[in-house]
Write a new protein. Structure first.
Ligand SMILES: [Zn+2]
Length: 297
């Protein structure tokens, strides 16, 4: 039984002809399930999204950089969003975590049905200053892995194989993913060796139940000289704060806030990612408005 420490690793094959990203997000998917009180189908969708975003996030260089991924396919689950920041912190949310779906015709969780495919996968890399980089592709299936593979192909011109898996019964039993990218100059020999292995990864969740990331890498890429470059611990962690929530409230404008004060006498803002509630009474709201107008002068 694997230990299920949440981690992501970056490796190369054959001296850099291909890149491998591999992650175990079991604990994070279980935490997300609890935070959002999510149905099994929504837990699987969030687990896949956490894994895909964590594998994007290991490329972040600076402490202020962030990777945000949003799938907006007009399905009954609404939109699914995850954000990875440096040092492996990931947060995730879905609009309607309670929505449960019947299994699909192959007996699997119907993630494509939950998320829909009438929309886009958007990936935003923000640097903490200046304009963010935004990449967008039309959804292929809403199953998440195929959509990310298309994103890498269209937006980064990198042929990629992406497999994401989250296994859930009463709890999340395993969750993780693998991304394999052929680099320019990758030999035919390596390409065909990777193709042969593609089938293996359709059951990545099963592999993660019994094996560590290192064991999977060793077992699945034997003969291709796998070399680990970096291992990063991952955690499901939100970065919301009193200060940020105050900014959100102030962005409504003084008139709107006074309107709420008059009608409701207080204001509660719930963070979409960690479901923490922030409460403000009338005096606190008035103080906020005063402080903001002082700053403007
Ligand atoms: Zn939060």
């Amino acid at each position: 039984m694997a230990e299920h420490e949440s981690r992501v690793l970056r490796a190369t094959l054959k001296g850099g002809q291909a890149r491998i990203f591999l992650c175990d997000t079991t604990r994070m998917a279980e935490e997300a399930r609890n935070i959002h009180n999510a149905s099994n189908t929504c837990t699987v969708a969030m687990g896949r999204m956490i894994s895909a975003t964590a594998m994007l996030g290991i490329n972040l260089k600076d402490a202020n950089e962030k990777m945000t991924a949003i799938i907006n396919g007009k399905g009954p689950g609404g939109s699914l969003c995850a954000v990875a920041s440096s040092e492996g912190r990931v947060k995730v949310t879905i609009d309607h975590p309670e929505v449960e779906m019947p299994l699909n015709s192959r007996g699997h969780f119907d993630i494509g049905g939950l998320l829909g495919k009438d929309g886009q996968l958007t990936v935003i890399r923000s640097y903490g200053f200046g304009e963010p980089y935004v990449g967008q592709v039309n959804l292929v299936s809403g199953e998440v892995a195929e959509d990310f593979a298309m994103y890498y192909l269209e937006s980064e011109q990198t042929p990629s194989l992406c497999a994401l898996g989250t296994s859930v019964r009463e709890h999340v039993e395993s969750s993780g993913g693998i991304l394999i990218q052929a680099m320019p100059g990758c030999s035919e020999e390596v390409l065909s060796a990777l193709e042969v292995r593609a089938e293996l990864f359709s059951s990545i969740a099963r592999l993660l139940q019994d094996m560590s990331l290192e064991e999977i890498l060793e077992a699945c890429f034997r003969g291709l000289d796998p070399e680990i470059l970096e291992i990063q611990p991952l955690a499901l962690e939100c970065d919301c704060s009193q200060e940020r929530i105050e900014e959100v409230i102030l962005s409504m404008g003084a008139d709107e806030i006074r309107d709420i004060m008059q009608k409701e006498h207080h204001c509660q803002v719930v963070c979409h990612f960690c479901r923490k509630a922030y409460d403000f009474n009338e005096q606190e709201l008035e103080a906020l408005i005063q402080r903001a107008s002082l700053k403007e002068r």
